[in-house]
Design a protein around this ligand. Structure first.
Ligand code: ADP
Length: 439
């Protein structure tokens, strides 16, 4: 048995003996015993009362000292309280350090619980997002950052890509939001100021657009002179003919390059404008005719129409995207090959696919194909007069149309490029109207 308990037992036995002895002296041994036991019980009650009061008062005062089993209980409670106080102080120290370090961060840090209510943020968040402490604690974050892009990004819960928007309190600032899920769908939001990057990007876009624009006039003049000289080539020495032809070819290439660069910078800077319901079947049929002309009858170009839906979009942009894919298919397919165009849909998407049985693309090139000037086979691309910008244009057109480009290819076997558009951009055409347009 525990020595404290043994001592307590000894104490009660002594007390009972003493009480009975004293009672015996007065000829009432039982009354002496009863009185002793009553006093002992009262003493226990008093100690219990003191302990309870101490617990109720929040354990803020020192526990009074006492003897016996209660003395030990009080001391152990006191030790427990001191230990938990020490742990609490240590934890508070860690929290303070974390708060100090996040307060010193240039990036904004916010913590949001699973219901979307704000729990914590640092000083930078107040500057970037206009949050006010403590009134905004517990407020839904989408009430405080009201930009529709942020709301839909936050609600979508797909945070693989960051979101860049203007600051709600200072439109000069561009902020990039990175959200990480943790715990029970709590969210940690890091907000980085990307204004400088945006400015540099804008400068690059403006530079490319301006240079391309400025180059157009001199190039038109040079091409004009070359064509005029070609018309009178018979008056020139024979070797001039070949030189003029090369000059003409190269100036055409430069012209195409400038057109593509201008198109790209237009796509990058603006949103899709003048959207109408485009008759994809008519558009692709026209491209099919152009592709046959480009092929010079060396390829079979087929068009499979599985759907008559029209597509909400910008006619010129869609024409440019689809033509790039179809002309690429012709360019990168040896003579005698087949190019298969297909317009079809399912419940969620509409698809425009261009399939060829040409040279194909090695798997490691595929993720980079839509980068500007990226070529899987540079010598072949230049020989076919490619600018290296076609697929970059396709990608941007599709971004404007909430679409996506899917590429599957096997080297030596052929490639399939599929443009996927969300069903909300499609509109069914009644069969009568479709027949009319076919005639
Ligand atoms: P380019 O003007 O060089 O054709 P694009 O951006 O249109 O530039 O295409 C990028 C690269 O992708 C091309 O250089 C080519 O290597 C490859 N490519 C595109 N389409 C096809 C295709 N249908 N078959 C094989 N390779 C292709």
């Amino acid at each position: 048995m525990n020595p404290i308990w043994r001592r307590e037992l000894r104490r009660i036995v002594y007390l009972m003996l003493c009480g009975t002895g004293i009672g015996y002296l007065f000829h009432y041994p039982l009354a002496g015993l009863s009185l002793t036991l009553l006093c002992y019980t009262v003493w226990h009650w008093i100690q219990l009362y003191r302990l309870n009061r101490w617990l109720e008062e929040g354990q803020t005062t020192l526990l009074p000292r006492t003897i016996g089993i209660w003395g030990s209980v009080f001391i152990q409670n006191q030790r427990l309280q001191q230990r938990s106080l020490k742990n609490q102080q240590q934890l508070q120290g860690i929290i303070n350090r974390i708060q100090d370090s996040t307060a010193a961060l240039k990036d904004a840090v916010l913590m949001v619980d699973s219901t979307g209510a704000l729990e914590f943020w640092n000083q930078a968040a107040e500057g970037y997002l206009g949050l006010r402490s403590p009134v905004d604690i517990g407020q839904p974050i989408t009430n405080l950052i009201r930009t529709p892009e942020f709301k839909s990004y936050f609600d979508r819960a797909d945070y693989r890509e960051p979101l860049t928007i203007r600051s709600p309190v200072n439109p000069q600032l561009y902020l990039q939001f990175n959200i990480t899920l943790f715990g029970r769908r709590d969210r940690l939001i890091l907000v980085h100021n990307v204004t400088r990057l945006k400015q540099l990007e804008q400068m690059r876009k403006d530079f490319v657009a301006n240079v391309s624009h400025e180059l157009r006039t001199p190039l038109t003049v040079i091409s004009g002179y070359v064509e005029t000289m070609q018309m009178g080539a018979e008056m020139l020495p024979p070797r001039w003919g070949r030189m003029l032809q090369q000059m003409n070819e190269q100036s055409h290439r430069m012209d195409n390059l400038i057109k593509d660069l201008l198109m790209l910078s237009r796509l990058e800077t603006g949103k899709a404008e003048d959207e109408v319901y485009v008759d994809v079947v008519a558009l692709v049929s026209a491209i099919q005719t152009d592709a046959r002309a480009l092929s010079g009858g060396h390829h079979q170009v087929n068009f499979e129409i599985e759907d008559r839906s029209t597509l909400l979009g910008n006619y010129n942009e869609l024409r440019s995207a689809f033509s790039n894919l179809v002309f690429n298919a012709v360019k990168y397919t040896p003579q005698g090959g087949t190019v298969q165009l297909r317009w079809y849909r399912d419940e969620r998407y509409g698809y425009m696919s261009v399939k060829d049985d040409g040279i194909g693309i090695a798997a490691h090139h595929i993720p980079r194909l839509t980068e500007r000037f990226y070529r899987a086979d540079p010598s072949r691309s230049i020989a076919t007069g490619g600018t290296g910008l076609g697929l970059a244009i396709v990608k941007h057109v599709l971004i404007h149309h909430d679409g996506e480009l899917q590429i599957s290819s096997a080297e030596g076997k052929g490639s399939t490029f599929t443009c996927r558009f969300p069903a909300r951009r499609l509109k069914e055409v009644s069969p009568a109207l479709a027949n009319e347009s076919e005639q």
